[in-house]
Design a protein around this ligand. Structure first.
Ligand code: PEP
Length: 247
């Protein structure tokens, strides 16, 4: 049985004052029946880890380098994230794939590094609008999945987030049938590659304009085990009802 996961991606938002929102989220869900993960900017991780002490919320980074250490100015290793209080890391987000030209092979190397450091890797995949309109969605996301995940994983080490690029931050959401089609295909691919135990153990999140008003219907879709939430994770007033809808 996969435990559901509500994950928040704060992106490049938040200074110290944003920890109030984290505190409010933790306070609103003292004993959730689902997992709650918040990924603040790396600069906030240490303070955030103090703020959530004793709560049910876990923290994650938004990227890591594939190497454990070395001459990579400005980068952060998976071990550094873990040391700062993270239990997970988002990898291959479409904004990183676009802004930093990250390839599936690089995401795969980062995923290996994350697992090596004991982090859960939240690996993001998703098609552009042009790819969807060209009827290439399943080819694209299945190709990204194949290239971004390493061999030799277990189900609890990996979370896959399906995030159509055109749905991120736009208020546009695929139909429930479109979400189901992709999630069912991803599940089939994971079971085919890793076997039933691991393939059914990996959680599949939907991401892209999830809000309090559409969360419940999305969570009812086949093979949707939760959400990766951007904008609506920045305030407890928006994120908390999403958590509740998942419970
Ligand atoms: C995201 O950035 O992962 C995301 C899903 O953003 P939003 O919820 O704002 O669309």
């Amino acid at each position: 049985m996969r435990r559901k996961l509500a994950a928040g991606n704060w992106k490049m938002n938040g200074t110290g004052a944003a920890l109030d929102a984290l505190d409010a989220i933790a306070t609103a869900h003292p004993a959730p029946t689902v997992d709650i993960l918040i990924c603040p900017p790396a600069t906030l991780l240490s303070r955030a880890s103090q703020a959530i002490l004793g709560s049910a919320v876990t923290l994650g980074g938004q990227d890591c380098h594939a190497e454990a250490s070395g001459a990579h100015t400005g980068d952060i290793s998976a071990a550094m994230l873990a040391d700062a209080g993270a239990g997970a890391v988002i990898l291959g987000h479409s904004e990183r794939r676009a802004d930093h030209a990250e390839t599936d092979a690089q995401v795969c190397a980062k995923t290996r590094a994350a697992l090596e450091a004991g982090l859960i890797a939240v690996v993001c995949i998703g098609e552009t609008l042009a790819e969807r309109e060209a009827g290439q969605t399943l080819d694209v996301v299945c190709g990204q999945l194949a290239g971004s995940l390493p061999d030799g994983i277990t189900g609890n080490q990996i979370v896959v987030a399906y995030e159509p690029v055109w749905a991120i931050g736009t208020g546009k959401v695929p139909t429930l049938e479109q979400i189901a089609e992709v999630h069912d295909a991803l599940r089939g691919q994971l079971v085919g590659r890793y076997g039933a135990e691991t393939g059914h153990g990996i959680r599949l999140l939907y991401g892209g304009s999830v809000k309090p008003g559409n969360a419940a219907e999305i969570f009812a879709v086949s093979n949707v085990d939760g959400a990766l939430v951007g904008g609506a994770s920045l305030s407890a007033a928006d994120f908390s009802p999403i958590v509740t809808a998942l419970e």
